[in-house]
Design a protein around this ligand. Structure first.
Ligand code: ADP
Ligand code: MG
Ligand code: MG
Length: 889
């Protein structure tokens, strides 16, 4: 026979903490606390399996359930010394739902179940307190009607308010026994009117009604939605806990409260809790009365007059603090605890690992490791690597009032306020004039980079989490909200409409890139601080990880930031970003417009010194750490002017007509630029471009050597290679440039390698490794080309793909291990079989994603490279990957 019911209380239990799947979180921990000998009111748990069976059997219970429940109820009666439904000595119970994962949206708890017109009198004479008995009774009718019978809560509140008005009373505690008696009558009448039947008086009927409501609530709309959003499987089911009532509303030596064993906001190791004298259940969180501090020190610090529990009930408080300490030590984690005091006696009603902010999580993990409660591996695993992001960006002050206009995608974390600007040049000017700027665009493109850099934040109405705006903003550490579809931007009128609100250029808005919220005006933010704990945790991570963490950076500012965050080199320096700088874009355009090689070389000669200077600066900042430089990658037309104004200016500078430029632009037009004349294909067609870049790199190493004595071994990376031949040709030219400068090829003074970003490159990796000295997985393009899916266009149907279970996650955020990952694995194996010391890294966006970093560890890459602000995340995730792969985990 299946065991559906597990008893607990009185110093032992049939369940335990490790039966969470079967008993739900609440039930398992009530059992565990009973086993620990803590004062837990006796009760029993009906298992989650019963929930599943109930649905499988078309909302009916298995036959043997009733007998098991009766037996368990009998056990409660014996322990509590009271009898369910007994007129003189009635047992009252609570009915509490409890799934494996905490799940708001399910049935609320029903307290004081078992009361009716007869048992209430028994309770009154037993407790010698008729007021208490009738207060409990009216609470029961109210709760039961609300959660089981579906009669709205506010209808009862209305009656209560009316009664107070008429009687001239303000607080619930002012009401006497006669007031509650009268209200009980009114409440019952209300149920009769609302439902056309009377409130159930039979305790057994009440009990089964409540149990049915819990199981029924597992599949209500709210619960279904919550489960979908949080990936909680429907098969899990919920448990039901039935437990003897203890009363916090029995007078001034009774109370109820909630407490954390440490401060969940800061992580500080102090008791952090609230309580209310003469109250029950949800009163503490309901906000009807102001809860009081638990500890005296917290009360004093807050400057509060209402006495703390430590002062009012010192002995009970002392017992509670001991139990809190023990529970934390037992579970080896910060606990969130619910308790009640009945006539001076303490009862424990719930414990679980408490939710905490990112800074608190960090502090608690480090403190607990230092206290010897957990080891360092455990401390490292306890931090959600992704959450470190919150620590490195300004966040909205949670206390600050805000008016949210709309919500887009949380594309790049952090909050920022500034004036609305619709164009990149204007953003640069306004920022130059000392304004904080939010750049608002329909979408962004490479030409907007300078404006994005000048802005405090970026807001777009199109594009997903991997749109240009999102990727670049994350790289720069700028907060960004992308794809805010309800926004309509009118560039000409310089207005932004959100619903009925029209915002003009120059008006102030605030964006929160961590939540996607867009707000009117300035909302106060809090600056990040890198705490001591942060540094400690990072040290532990560095001592544990195997993979090197590099950064993707091309500007000196980014390179410096990355160094501060612990980057050990540059894994991707995209040289095209250097081409967009305002002082050189015209020379670049000249180069593109050139009709022949000689003219092209002339233009390139103008770019050479600037490019060389870029590298000198970068090498200087990286102080001998490895730097991977990717030669020019995007199609040339991206550099051509777009607006009429720019077109005219370029024509003037280049001494050609506007028509000539238009013609050239038409020539360069491609149907599918992503798969067009770009990457190494440019190098094949225009040898002089890559030659100039190689020369700039080599001359910079020489200059740095002379200036600082530091030896830089540049890693020259060729993009979009699909065959060894491409690489052979281009490497020979690079070697030629080196030779001309007196640097011997293959002397170790520089190395040449390739991106692996085409499926063919992965397939031909063995061949390519004959020439390439390193591989860097460009997983953005590799994902695009493997799926045949454009990341700029996939946002519009990504949701559909996730909803249908085709994608479990956005493959541009987390590596698709089965497909793209398989290609990577193959490339690693084939490459290494040809060249044992082949250096392997990743430089796509995935290099900063914890799950993808785990995969990189699994396939044995040497390093990951990510945007500067994700460097700490990568350091931690790389350490976690090592720990996860240990045999004993
Ligand atoms: P939630 O999951 O919403 O926290 P609970 O089942 O923990 O719901 O119940 C909420 C509150 O009701 C508890 O914190 C406690 O104050 C009160 N409560 C629940 N069961 C009992 C009980 N047996 N005796 C006294 N109070 C109870
Ligand atoms: Mg609770
Ligand atoms: Mg690429």
């Amino acid at each position: 026979m299946t065991k559906w019911v597990y008893s607990f209380g009185d110093g032992h239990a049939e369940g335990a903490a490790d039966l969470k799947d079967l008993l739900g979180g609440k039930g398992a921990n009530l059992a565990e606390m009973s086993n620990l000998g803590l004062p837990v009111p006796p009760g029993f748990t009906i298992t989650t399996e019963l929930c599943t069976a109930y649905y499988a059997a078309d909302h009916t219970y298995p036959d043997e359930l009733a007998a098991q429940v009766d037996a368990a109820l009998q056990q409660i009666e014996d322990t509590a010394g009271a009898k369910f439904g007994d007129p003189a000595n009635p047992l009252l119970v609570s009915v509490r739902s409890g799934a494996r994962a905490s799940m708001p949206g399910m049935m609320d708890t029903v307290l004081n179940l078992g009361l009716n017109d007869i048992t209430v009198e028994g309770l009154a004479s037993l407790s010698g307190d008729a007021r208490f008995a009738y207060d409990s009774y009216r609470r029961f009718i109210q709760m039961y009607s609300d959660v089981v019978l579906d009669v709205d809560h506010y209808l009862f509140e209305d009656l209560l308010d009316q009664h107070k008005d008429v009687a001239g009373l303000t607080l619930d505690t002012d009401l006497g026994v006669d007031d509650w008696k009268e209200l009980v009558g009114q409440f019952k009448a209300l149920v009769q009117t609302e439902l056309g039947r009377s409130f159930p008086t039979d305790p057994a009927e009440q009990l089964w009604g409540a149990v049915g409501a819990v199981f029924g609530s597992w599949r209500n709309n709210r619960a279904n939605t919550y489960r979908r959003l949080h990936n909680i499987p429907e098969e899990w089911g919920t448990a039901v806990n039935i437990q003897a009532m203890v009363f916090g509303n029995m007078g001034d030596d009774s109370a109820t409260g909630v407490t954390f064993t440490r401060n969940p906001t800061t992580g500080e190791n102090v008791i952090y809790g609230e309580y209310l004298i003469n109250a029950q259940g949800e009163d503490v969180v309901a906000g009807i009365r102001t809860p009081q501090h638990l500890s005296k020190s917290a009360r004093v610090e807050a400057g509060d007059d209402l006495p703390s529990m430590e002062e009012v009930l010192p002995e009970t408080y002392a017992e509670l603090s001991t139990i809190m300490h023990d529970l934390e030590a037992h579970y080896r984690d910060m606990q969130d605890i619910e308790f009640t005091v009945q006539s001076g006696k303490l009862w424990m009603l719930q414990t679980r690992s408490g939710k905490r902010t990112a800074p608190a999580a960090l502090k608690i993990a480090v403190d607990m490791a230092n206290e010897g409660v957990i080891d360092r591996d455990e401390a490292l695993l306890r931090i959600d690597a992704e959450s470190l992001d919150q620590l490195l960006h300004p966040t909205l002050d949670p206390q600050a009032p805000k008016k949210v206009l709309t919500t887009g995608l949380p594309a790049s974390p952090g909050a920022a306020s500034g004036i609305v600007v619709f164009d990149a040049d204007e953003a640069e000017r306004a920022s130059h004039d000392g304004h904080s700027v939010i750049l608002v665009r329909i979408e962004t493109s490479p030409e907007d980079i300078h404006g994005m850099h000048a802005s405090k934040g970026i807001l777009t109405c199109r594009g997903g989490m991997t749109s240009h705006a999102a990727v670049v903003a994350r790289g720069m550490g700028r907060p960004c909200v992308s794809g805010a579809g309800s926004l309509s931007i009118d560039y000409a009128a310089r207005t932004l409409k959100i619903g009925s609100t029209t915002i003009k250029g120059g008006d102030t808005i605030t964006i929160d890139g961590s939540t996607g919220e867009v707000m009117l005006g300035t909302v106060k933010t809090i600056d990040p601080k890198m705490s001591e704990d942060f540094n400690t945790l990072m040290e532990w991570a560095d001592a544990t990880r195997r993979m090197i963490v590099r950064t993707n950076a091309e500007t000196p500012a980014d390179a410096r930031t990355a160094r501060e965050y612990g980057a050990q080199g540059i894994g991707l320096c995209r040289t095209e970003h250097m081409f967009f700088e305002s002082d050189r874009i015209s020379a670049v355009r000249e180069m593109i417009l050139a009709e022949n090689e000689a003219d092209r070389r002339k233009a390139l000669a103008k770019i050479l010194p600037m490019q060389r200077q870029d590298f000198v600066e970068l090498f200087g900042i990286m102080q001998g750490l490895p730097v991977t430089i990717r030669l020019l990658d995007p199609p040339l037309h991206e550099f051509l002017p777009k607006s009429e104004e720019e077109l005219a200016e370029t024509a003037k500078q280049a001494g050609v007509s506007v028509a000539t430029i238009r013609n050239r632009a038409n020539e360069l037009h491609e149907f599918n630029p992503m798969l067009g004349h770009r990457g190494c294909r440019l190098g094949i067609s225009y040898p002089e471009i890559y030659e100039m870049q190689a020369q700039a790199i080599f001359e910079a190493t020489v200059a740095v050597k002379e200036a600082t004595g530091e030896t830089v071994v540049p890693e020259i990376m060729i993009p979009l290679v699909g065959s060894r031949r491409e690489l052979d040709i281009l490497k020979a030219r690079i070697d030629g440039v080196a030779t001309d400068l007196g640097i011997a090829p293959d002397s170790g003074a520089y190395i040449v390698g390739t991106m692996i970003e085409l499926p063919r490159a992965a397939l031909m990796a063995g061949d390519i490794a004959e020439t390439a000295e390193f591989f860097s997985f460009g997983t953005n393009d590799l994902t695009q080309t493997t799926f045949g899916l454009s990341r700029d266009d996939s946002a519009s149907f990504l949701e559909d793909y996730i909803r249908h279970g085709i994608f479990t996650r956005d493959p541009f955020v987390t590596i698709d291990r089965e497909g793209v990952g398989e290609l990577m694995k193959m490339a690693v194996e084939r490459g290494r079989s040809v060249r044992k010391n082949l250096k392997l890294g990743i430089c796509g966006e995935h290099g900063g994603d914890p799950d993808s970093i785990q995969f990189c560890e699994d396939i044995g890459l040497d390093y990951v490279s990510c945007s500067p602000y994700r460097v700490p995340i990568a350091r931690l995730a790389a350490a976690q990957a090592v720990i996860n792969n240990r045999d004993d985990r």
